[in-house]
Write a new protein. Structure first.
Length: 476
């Protein structure tokens, strides 16, 4: 039981930077905490003259800790130790097409997971793989592969990319492990929302089209197909996954079948929006019919939900089906899972882990400049996203280790995930409290949309820190 936990403490990294981190010796140790000395050797071939790969990438990785937000800011800094070379040296290494940035990130993730063994695990950790995308706005139409994208929250179109991220929840923290960039083709009557002249203005246009298809970007490659590819890589890397968590934009029976065919021991939980024909108790009904049924729903007092629970088949796939709403005035939502043994409370608690990726998007954009790169070179876009995710990993593990070392000697028997209370539980508590108040004023609440907006602007709810606390039982 987590007693009197401040529910507005949703951020994982923000506010954790320590002044001692600015020491040069500390920065070198900070880089090597995830085996940078070993990783750099695998990429030393890409820079034979001038400044080494190690010098350039090491400098880029520590930028957030020394308060510099960009390569321009770095090259105009008056510190001679930092301003050793011009911006072209950095951009040349980022634009190198031969560097496998996915492999670079994978090496840091591997080291992170090995370091994670130093921490005391929870008694029964729920390990999840989370897939979601976020918008990265851009300002130039000559950026390779850019397109008009649709924002489902603001209901508007703007120039940019869709960033698809695979994040791993190890039972305590969120770890970004893979990503791909995508453009949209169905935004208007124009292909990618751009005229032929605008598309041709993009440098290396024809060559880039081939590169984009290889890297998971382009109208010919669906995000759901890339999800399957990413999960296959996770299985090959032998990263244990109990559940895959996806939202309504990804959840389809076809995708669930593909994921289950890769690893049958991993189950999927996702919000479902299709009005499919469902076989329930040997009768075929639609979701709309099930939502309108006269049978009295069960009540979950813990989260103030009303719900119906079915074991059903959709297109030959056996699933557990939860049709639920918050309070009496809530909007009906459908949650499906391939784990038919799962109970409603556990399903909600596990699915709440999905919100940790929204927190990652928020903090990676604010603290590490995720998606802020405006280079017209697509390779630089990929490299900068990789750098931002690696910065997140380095800062996250450093904070965890320092917090653990500080109190570990005194409280060896305490579980680490209870020392720094679980992010998913904090999110669930914030959302529950705010929705409880909202549903008194609003007749129909879209939980997915509201929760995303709450996390995106969590600082606005800072008043909760001093006025509310809660008792909440963790995931079992």
């Amino acid at each position: 039981m987590l007693q009197h936990e401040y529910i507005a403490k949703v951020q994982e990294i923000k506010g954790k930077f320590n002044k001692v981190w600015f020491n040069s010796d500390y920065l070198r140790a900070h880089l090597n905490i995830l085996g940078f000395n070993r990783i750099k050797k695998q990429f030393s071939w890409c820079k034979k003259a001038g400044f080494s790969f190690e010098d350039l990438i090491a400098t880029l990785l520590i930028l957030p800790l020394i308060g510099i937000n960009s390569i321009y800011g770095l090259t105009t800094d008056k510190d001679p130790e930092l301003n050793k070379c011009g911006k072209d040296s950095y951009y040349r290494i980022l634009a190198n097409q031969k560097i496998n940035w996915r492999a670079f990130l994978a090496q840091f993730v591997k080291q992170y997971l090995l370091k994670d063994e130093l921490f005391t695990p929870s008694a029964d950790p729920t390990r999840c793989l989370i897939f979601d995308d976020t918008d990265l706005s851009k300002t130039g139409k000559t950026i390779e592969g850019v397109s008009k994208i649709y924002n489902h929250v603001s209901k508007t179109y703007y120039l940019g990319f869709k960033l698809l991220v695979a994040g791993y929840w190890n039972g305590s923290v969120f770890i970004p492990i893979d990503f791909s960039l995508h453009r949209e083709s169905k935004t208007s009557r124009l292909k990618y929302g751009l005229t032929a002249k605008q598309r041709n203005a993009q440098k290396r246009h024809q060559d880039v089209v081939k590169q984009l298809r290889q890297r998971g970007i382009g109208n010919s490659i669906k995000e759901t197909d890339v999800v399957v590819q990413m999960f296959s890589r996770v299985v090959k890397r032998k990263i244990p996954v109990d559940y895959i968590l996806i939202d309504t934009w990804f959840t389809s029976v076809g995708l669930l079948k593909k994921l289950r065919s890769i690893c049958s021991s991993t189950h999927i939980i996702g919000m479902y929006k299709y009005n499919s024909k469902i076989e329930v108790r040997s009768k075929v009904k639609t979701l709309a019919q099930l939502k309108k049924q006269k049978a009295k729903p069960k009540r979950c007092r813990k989260f103030n939900y009303y719900y119906h629970h079915y074991i059903a088949e959709i297109d030959g796939l056996k699933v557990a089906l939860f049709i639920s709403k918050r309070g009496k005035n809530g909007k009906w939502h459908t949650l499906i899972t391939t784990d038919t043994s799962l109970k409603f409370v556990k399903a909600i608690e596990v699915y709440s882990i999905r919100w940790s990726i929204e927190v990652f998007f928020k903090e990676a954009k604010q603290l590490f400049g995720l998606g802020k790169c405006q280079s017209t070179n697509f390779d630089v876009q990929i490299a900068q996203i990789t750098i931002a995710m690696t910065q997140y990993l380095l800062t996250s593990i450093r904070y965890r280790m320092e917090a653990y070392e500080t109190i570990g000697g005194l409280f060896k028997d305490l579980k680490q995930d209870y020392i720094e209370n679980k992010l998913n539980i904090r999110i669930l508590a914030v959302v529950n409290l705010i929705l409880t108040n909202l549903e008194k004023l609003v007749e129909s609440i879209d939980i997915e949309l509201i929760t995303s907006k709450i996390i995106e602007d969590i600082e606005s709810y800072g008043f909760l820190t001093n006025t509310h606390s809660f008792n909440h039982q963790g995931v079992k």
